[in-house]
Design a protein around this ligand. Structure first.
Ligand SMILES: C/C=C/C(=O)SCCNC(=O)CCNC(=O)[C@H](O)C(C)(C)COP(=O)(O)OP(=O)(O)OC[C@H]1O[C@@H](n2cnc3c(N)ncnc32)[C@H](O)[C@@H]1OP(=O)(O)O
Ligand SMILES: NC(=O)C1=CN([C@@H]2O[C@H](COP(=O)(O)OP(=O)(O)OC[C@H]3O[C@@H](n4cnc5c(N)ncnc54)[C@H](OP(=O)(O)O)[C@@H]3O)[C@@H](O)[C@H]2O)C=CC1
Length: 445
């Protein structure tokens, strides 16, 4: 591993040098263990502690198959799906690995008693399998997390619709929170030159998801002037949705839960901000009953901020706690686009407000190959910026996941894998200098 790192850090290394490097038999990886899936039985979601279930293990290097690449991971980031995996909710992800393992001889590799998690990476290609021509050892890359087989026509227009669609590092093994990762070569994209490894590893999953959910015609198809209500506007998804709204000439109405988060949104350029904590919205009277008066109070506040207008698009992900309010505050003919249910997946809303006002609910999940590429291109061009706040070592990934689970973080939380320190890997200082303030906006707050 030392030789791999030395090659990555040497400006003189050639592709041939990387191809000639011997691969290690094993590497360090963040895992959860199959024999621990019941360890949190009986605890509330909040009390399930990722620090207890997340391990740093030495694991064997997987065999490289056709169309695949082994990547030396310099940095990765924590996504909420790794939180779900680590608390074994809503399901243990070992069921996904077993199911995948049944699909082919090669896929059997994924069905192991440990799950190497993580759905983002920035690093360097070490080896490519048969049939890979566009990437070679030594290429500096990021990887998106869409794993598809594309053997069915269902996914040929929109790769997210493939029946064998999986999220790498969540529904597959050999994820990015490790020193080496195994990906399909179609997941690879050029690493943005002006970013460090940990900055480049931060946007991938959430930026692509926000792009499809908000911008793409497969999602809400946002246009100039739209009023976009963004829940968790300084969080993982929200910090990119806010940037897309601003860059696309829309009007973000940012919901956050502290003055500090409100300041971050203001610094991004948003003007309409609601601190849900300070304003004390209680959309539920008790566990089974919502309070439409609170939906109205929320809608009134939005009208104050927009000069009397209602919401064209709601960027939804908190789920059960907010969904009734989201449907209510959307204008006639407007769209609620949802990709998650952090606070509970059994939603309740008053359907009269949906059908009588011709609103639409759109389900959105990650991004297809093309959307992921387009989202990465915007990062590479400096149009959208990483929202990296804090960076942890691989050893401290459990704490990083705990922070995200407990909503103690801002934007994205990074993890150094092979990178010995922060700030390495920048190849275009000129572009970086142009955007330095934006790149650092979320750092150390
Ligand atoms: C990029 C990052 C993303 C995120 O962070 S997302 C957040 C994290 N992700 C999650 O929380 C989602 C985790 N996944 C799940 O909870 C589950 O994964 C799903 C609920 C999405 C699906 O559940 P499942 O059990 O995997 O699949 P089924 O489709 O509910 O059940 C399979 C059985 O149900 C049958 N079935 C499916 N559709 C129908 C139908 N329309 N009519 C009749 N049967 C149906 C199938 O055939 C099969 O059957 P047979 O068990 O016998 O093989
Ligand atoms: N389907 C897909 O492709 C994807 C789904 N996801 C899912 O989306 C969800 C959010 O992910 P991500 O943005 O990375 O997570 P983060 O935790 O980084 O951000 C979410 C933000 O939502 C806000 N929030 C959380 N709970 C509530 C609540 N009950 N009511 C209102 N606001 C709330 C918080 O902001 P504040 O406290 O400031 O209001 C929080 O910071 C997760 O469940 C994740 O699994 C994520 C990416 C892709």
């Amino acid at each position: 591993m030392k030789d791999i790192l030395a090659a990555i850090q040497s400006p003189d290394s050639t592709s041939e040098d990387f191809a000639a490097l011997p691969l290690p038999e094993s590497y360090r990886a963040i895992t959860v263990h199959k024999d621990e899936t019941e360890m949190f039985a009986g605890l509330t979601t909040r009390d399930k502690d990722p620090r207890k279930s997340i391990h740093l293990d030495e694991v064997p290097l997987p065999e490289l198959g056709p169309g695949e690449a082994l990547v030396a991971v310099m940095a990765s980031s924590v996504n909420y799906n790794s939180v779900w995996t680590s608390i074994f909710e809503p399901l243990s992800t070992f069921g996904f690995l077993e199911r995948y393992g049944r699909t082919s001889e090669l896929a059997k590799r994924h069905d192991l008693p440990y799950h190497i998690i993580g759905s983002d990476l920035a690093g360097v290609v070490l080896r490519t399998g048969p049939g890979v021509n566009s990437w070679k050892p030594g290429d500096e890359v990021v990887a998106h997390c869409l794993s598809v087989e594309l053997e069915s026509s269902d996914g040929h227009n929109d790769t997210m619709l493939d029946p064998e669609q999986r999220i790498w590092g969540f529904e597959t093994n050999f994820g990015g929170l490790a020193e080496i990762a195994l990906v399909k070569s179609n997941q690879l994209m050029p690493k943005p030159d002006h970013l460090s490894w940990e900055e480049a590893a931060a946007p991938g999953l959430v930026n692509s998801t926000a792009y499809r959910q908000l911008v793409s015609r497969n999602g809400a198809g946002m246009k100039q002037g739209d009023n976009v209500l963004i829940w968790g506007a300084s969080g993982g998804l929200g910090s990119y949705a806010t940037q897309f709204a601003l860059a696309g000439g829309a009007n973000p109405i940012c919901v956050v839960s502290s003055p500090q988060k409100a300041d971050i949104c203001r610094a991004m350029g948003a003007e309409a901000i609601i601190d849900r904590n300070a304003e004390g919205y209680k959309f539920w009277k008790d566990e089974n009953t919502q309070d439409p008066k609170e939906w109205k109070r929320f809608g009134k506040r939005i009208r104050e901020l927009t000069g009397g207008e209602d919401i064209d698009i709601v960027f939804e992900h908190p789920g059960r706690e907010t969904f009734g309010a989201s449907v209510f505050v959307t204008r006639k003919g407007g769209t609620i686009t949802t990709c998650a249910s952090t606070s509970g997946y059994m939603h309740q809303y008053d359907n009269r407000y949906l059908w009588m006002s011709l609103k639409r609910i759109i389900g959105s999940h990650f991004a297809n190959y093309r959307e992921a590429w387009e989202a990465n291109r915007l990062i590479a061009k400096g149009k959208i910026h990483p929202t990296l706040s804090k960076v942890y070592s691989l050893e401290d990934t459990g704490q990083a996941a705990y922070d995200v689970h407990r909503n103690l973080h801002q934007g994205k939380v990074g993890v150094l894998c092979l990178a010995p320190e922060e700030g390495l890997g920048v190849r275009d200082q000129e572009l970086r200098a142009k955007h330095l303030d934006s790149i650092n906006r979320f750092r150390n707050i």
